[in-house]
Write a protein that binds this ligand. Structure first.
Ligand SMILES: NC(=O)c1ccc[n+]([C@@H]2O[C@H](COP(=O)([O-])OP(=O)(O)OC[C@H]3O[C@@H](n4cnc5c(N)ncnc54)[C@H](OP(=O)(O)O)[C@@H]3O)[C@@H](O)[C@H]2O)c1
Length: 288
């Protein structure tokens, strides 16, 4: 694999650096001695404020920072602005990165699939989202690939195991402590990926010239219920206190089995990407 001339040498711009993944990307890039700039919107914890829906602001920032690589994580999972942020915003970032000669890694999701294939999804399986969130992310992928010929769209799955609990982990902690009455889907399969592993792999990808679509998630599929039980056990809580529920019974449809086949990414990368049990039994994970 060749290192891209731009991505490997110059600094990195992380959109959504006030978010769960973006925060880690910024920290790892800096720890590796790389110049890194992060953006936030409402949670002013990164370096600069940016609304990706504002095309001129995206272009201005790109001109000022002149990054060698951009990792675009900013997104919304719901609400009135979801489509604008996930599709139009992604298009603005991709067009500006292309105009300024920056490598682009764009984050997408396993929710672009309908979850009915009954085997792990490969990059060339046809996406068919079943809800508005998945549809907006698929529109974002298409806009990115059209606007930036060298872009890499990385589809991932549930992100967890950061220095602070991910939303999916917080739900488990709330449920076992009795703070919330929640059910965990026994019929929804995902491929959870540890935040540190994913961020390291993305920074490695920023230095390669791979383009198109790549699946990059954990190697160990689990149901949301199994995942919740493993998280509870890791925190010393009784996993049997967790209540099972069915995704298929929800009002908003969700893909049931969107396990990703990440074998192409694993062949490409030096960075190890661990399975859930290996992560949750690791003593090096401060948060867990
Ligand atoms: N988390 C998961 O389990 C998961 C699973 C599959 C795929 N992914 C993908 O991974 C990526 C990162 O997810 P995450 O969980 O780290 O996200 P997150 O914690 O929800 O953070 C989202 C980020 O987007 C920013 N943002 C929202 N609207 C914006 C706008 N209009 N302009 C600029 N920035 C805006 C937020 O800024 P403020 O907070 O400052 O407003 C925040 O920094 C996403 O692309 C997502 O599709 C995540």
């Amino acid at each position: 694999m060749q290192a891209s001339d731009t991505g490997a040498q110059a600094g990195i711009l992380v959109t959504g650096a006030s978010g769960y993944l973006g925060r880690e990307l910024l920290a790892q890039a800096r720890a590796a001695g790389r110049a890194a700039t992060g953006t936030h919107l409402t949670n002013a914890t990164a370096d600069v404020s940016l609304d990706v829906c504002d095309r001129a602001a995206v272009d201005d920032l790109m001109a000022r920072v002149r990054p060698g690589a951009v990792v675009h994580t900013a997104y919304l999972q719901g609400g009135d602005r979801m489509r604008r942020v996930n599709a139009d915003g992604a298009a603005h970032v991709a067009a500006a990165a292309a105009r300024h000669g920056a490598r682009l890694i764009h984050l997408s999701t396993d929710f672009v699939f309908d979850g009915e294939l009954a085997r792990p999804y490969r990059e060339d399986d046809p996406p068919r989202p079943v809800n508005e969130y998945g549809a907006s992310k698929l529109d974002g992928e298409r806009a990115v690939l059209e606007a930036h010929g060298g872009a890499l769209v990385v589809r991932t799955s549930l992100i967890y195991a950061g220095a602070e609990p991910a939303p999916a982990e917080r739900m488990v902690l709330d449920a076992v402590s009795g703070r919330a009455d929640l059910a965990f889907f026994e019929d929804e399969l995902r491929s959870p990926v540890a935040r540190g592993d994913l961020a390291a792999a993305l920074l490695e990808l920023a230095e390669l010239s791979q383009r198109g679509v790549l699946h990059l998630a954990g190697p160990e599929p689990v149901s949301r219920l199994e995942f919740a039980r493993l998280i509870a056990a890791r925190h010393g809580a009784d996993p049997t206190r967790l209540r099972a529920g069915r995704s298929a019974a929800q009002a908003v449809r969700r893909p049931l089995d969107c396990v990703l086949d990440s074998s192409r990414a694993y062949r490409l990368l030096q960075t190890p990407v661990r399975g859930v049990r290996a992560v949750l039994t690791s003593h090096h994970n401060a948060a867990l």
